[in-house]
Design a binder for this molecule. Structure first.
Ligand code: SF4
Length: 107
């Protein structure tokens, strides 16, 4: 193996060492980008009804005052956006002002 081959191999390994830990971040960002185009969850959908999802948290039964999707740990929308993805309802977006029985406080 020549000196040039060893250097190339070393550089390749260095790049892989940097790239591999970033892969999950890239995948999660891609998932978020794809989810941002997802349709809104209908409150009438069976999975929404099962968790008492409503688009307006002020009308939710059992919601603690001030708890909304926007401040739920499972919400993945951007701050200030009217809707965003939710880990509980993959492939759908929920309203930032919404709420469901799976609401969890942010850590
Ligand atoms: S889990 Fe959180 S973000 Fe998702 S619908 Fe329920 S309250 Fe909203």
């Amino acid at each position: 193996m020549s000196q040039v081959d060893r250097l190339s191999r070393r550089r390749l390994l260095q790049k892989l060492t940097l790239a591999v830990p970033l892969l999950p971040i890239a995948v999660s960002q891609l998932n978020l980008a794809l989810a941002a185009d997802a349709p809104l969850l209908s409150p009438n959908a069976p999975e929404a009804k099962a968790l008492k999802y409503v688009e307006d948290a002020s009308k939710a039964q059992g919601a603690a005052a001030g708890s909304t999707c926007a401040n739920c740990a499972l919400y993945q929308g951007h701050a200030g956006s009217p809707a965003g993805p939710c880990q509980v309802f993959p492939g759908k977006q929920v309203k930032a002002a919404g709420w469901c029985a799976s609401w969890a406080p942010q850590m």
